[in-house]
Design a protein around this ligand. Structure first.
Ligand SMILES: Nc1ncnc2c1ncn2[C@@H]1O[C@H](COP(=O)(O)OP(=O)(O)O)[C@@H](O)[C@H]1O
Ligand SMILES: [Mg+2]
Length: 265
């Protein structure tokens, strides 16, 4: 590495991930499905990366590999320069990363109060602190009412639940927040307000962010860098300005052309 070059916070070097495929080939052997094909990417501290591509292109598999939730067949994943093994979720990595999934309805146990659900990472990581104080703090950071902690998920709308999911992703004060389609299940107005909130949180907390999305229209609101995946391969990567202003790959060009224009929405 060159002097003065920073260590990326999250990095994948030439990673390949395969799964047993659905069909049986010659000799009755299962053919492999290559979900990620020699992917190399990184995100620097403080940056916000959008991972885009069609359904099935490998976006979720990539973020799972970055989080150590998915073993790689070959290549290497590192976090802050340290090797991620992918053999079970390592605690040191979990303590430094948070994740928000797409579905605000299946994210919470209906039998736990919001306070209990949001505090779960503190419990799992055995973080010694004033837990209810932390819960109150992080819920208010997300603009939720003061009494939210004592209520149950059924009392909240999809948008509010997604704010609660973000609160849970942040409660242990990670330096990287990963969203896997974090606003895809929400309607347009709620989506806009949550995207604005994520941008504010990023600024205020100095977060590094990776967000997966199949919807390119939200990318400028959420990211400064873009990685385009197609069938498990990186086809293009660059700044938002470069990718939107001058996309080089035909696949990227087609994704951008497919964005509904404002006047058509
Ligand atoms: N656990 C798994 N077992 C088998 N195949 C999988 C598994 N996870 C993902 N895949 C396959 O890997 C490919 C990439 O999936 P995924 O990363 O979920 O794509 P995306 O998030 O872009 O929609 C798809 O063909 C999917 O069917
Ligand atoms: Mg996915």
């Amino acid at each position: 590495m060159l002097i003065g070059e920073q260590t990326p916070l999250s990095q994948a070097r030439d990673i390949t991930v395969t799964f047993p495929g659905p069909s049986r080939g010659v000799m009755g052997r299962r053919e492999k499905l290559t979900a990620l094909n020699r992917v190399t990417m990184h995100v620097n501290r403080g940056d916000s990366l959008a991972i885009v591509g069609e359904s099935g292109s490998g976006k979720s598999t990539l973020v799972r590999a970055l989080l150590g939730l998915q073993r790689v067949d070959s290549g290497e994943v590192t976090y802050d320069g340290r090797r991620v093994t992918g053999r079970g979720r390592e605690r040191w990595l979990r303590s430094r990363t948070g994740i928000v999934f797409q579905d605000p309805y299946s994210s919470f146990s209906p039998r736990l109060t919001i306070g209990e659900s949001v505090a779960e990472p503190l419990e799992a990581l055995e973080i010694d602190c004033d837990r209810s104080g932390r819960v109150t703090e992080v819920l208010s950071l997300l603009g939720l009412p003061a009494d939210a902690a004592s209520r149950y998920p059924s009392a909240f709308s999809g948008g509010q639940r997604q704010r609660i999911a973000i609160a849970r992703g942040l409660i242990h004060r990670p330096d990287l927040l990963i969203g896997d389609e974090p606003v895809s299940a929400l309607d347009v107005l709620v989506r806009q307000s949550i995207l604005r909130q994520l941008a504010t949180l990023r600024r205020e907390l100095g977060l590094t962010m990776i967000n997966v999305t199949h919807d390119l229209s939200i990318v400028p609101d959420i990211a400064d860098h873009v990685l385009v995946l197609q069938a498990g391969k990186v086809v293009e990567t660059g700044t938002v300005e470069a990718i939107f202003g001058n996309p080089q790959d035909p696949y990227t060009q087609s994704l951008i052309r497919a964005i509904p224009r404002l006047e058509e929405r």
